[in-house]
Design a protein around this ligand. Structure first.
Ligand code: PDD
Length: 280
């Protein structure tokens, strides 16, 4: 694979980042995952808009504009002949050498790393068959709206889900679902209203979430942005998750309670098809 590190395209075995990099020592970094379908980027301006916001919230320099970042993404897709999969981008605060909690001087160059990862997105098994999730307490920090690389707790939650024989975890705080470990959570009520949690510091503002909200509106579906409980989701007509790497993926069970008839829901399937159609 050819990867990108600080202005250079290099073979992955030649890529180098300092051991003093704050991303490595302190998880002082932000990231984005953009999907690629038929060699083309999906929802790119949305992802770069969020990257800019994440960096700004952490007072982190981002000395690349959207055009420069698009060029790097496209160049990596070309060099790796990526037809379907993801481009991962990570920006960290760099380092002035030594370990220090305080931010280095603002002229310290940040570290920008990008790489591609091939993956079947359209014809995925979870997309067609749905996933089973288990709930986990949301023990992440309180600024989940910033897409930082502090992913240890989501990794633990996913491992706990696997250990329980499920595919993924839903995070719960005060009895209410915040979001999935790496996706936004949705449900459809029996009267046909789509529900997903409102934006706040509690969840990541998903780019796919925003696009699916637009699609739902275009399909004249009723939508409510509000928190919902685990019990409400378990007794809902349908549940699903959204993210760049999973598009719209049906959830067929929560903590071993089947959702609806235990099969992927009709509305989730329609939204998935519409999202893929619009992204092509
Ligand atoms: N995860 N919520 C969390 C906690 C996430 O990590 C993600 C994305 C989302 C969905 O956001 P978007 O629709 O913009 O992908 C929601 C990415 C895909 C990841 O970490 O791999």
């Amino acid at each position: 694979r050819t990867v990108y590190v600080n202005g250079e395209y290099v073979a992955e075995r030649d890529a180098r980042v300092s051991i003093f990099d704050r991303g490595f020592l302190l998880a002082d970094g932000v990231y984005e995952v953009s999907s690629v379908l038929e060699g083309k980027l999906i929802d790119f301006p949305g992802h770069m808009g969020r990257l800019k916001r994440s960096a700004a919230e952490l007072e982190m320099a981002l000395p690349w504009d959207e055009k420069a970042l698009l060029t790097i993404h496209r160049e990596l897709i070309r060099r790796n002949a990526l037809a379907e999969g993801m481009v991962y981008l990570q920006l960290t605060r760099g380092s002035a050498g030594d370990r220090d909690f305080g931010y280095p001087d603002t002229d310290t160059p940040p570290t920008l790393v990008l790489f591609t990862q091939a993956k079947s997105l359209v014809d995925s098994r979870s997309g067609s068959e749905g996933i089973r999730v288990v709930t986990q307490p949301d023990w992440r920090w309180a600024r989940r709206d910033i897409k930082t690389v502090q992913l240890l707790y989501p990794a633990m939650a996913k491992m706990a889900a696997k250990a329980a024989g499920a595919d993924d975890a839903w995070m719960v705080e005060d009895g209410m679902v915040t979001e999935g470990a790496s996706n936004n959570a949705w449900m459809l009520t029996h009267d046909g209203t789509l529900v997903t949690r409102e934006l706040s510091h509690a969840i990541l503002p998903g780019i796919t979430r925003a696009v699916v909200l637009e699609i739902a509106e275009a399909l004249s579906l009723r939508v409510e942005e509000r928190a919902f409980s685990v019990e409400e989701a378990q007794s809902a007509k349908e549940c699903f998750v959204t993210s760049a790497s999973s598009f719209v993926t049906p959830v067929i069970a929560i903590d071993d309670v089947s959702i609806g008839d235990g099969c992927p829901g009709e509305v989730a399937r329609r939204l998935r098809a519409a999202y893929i159609e619009e992204s092509r």
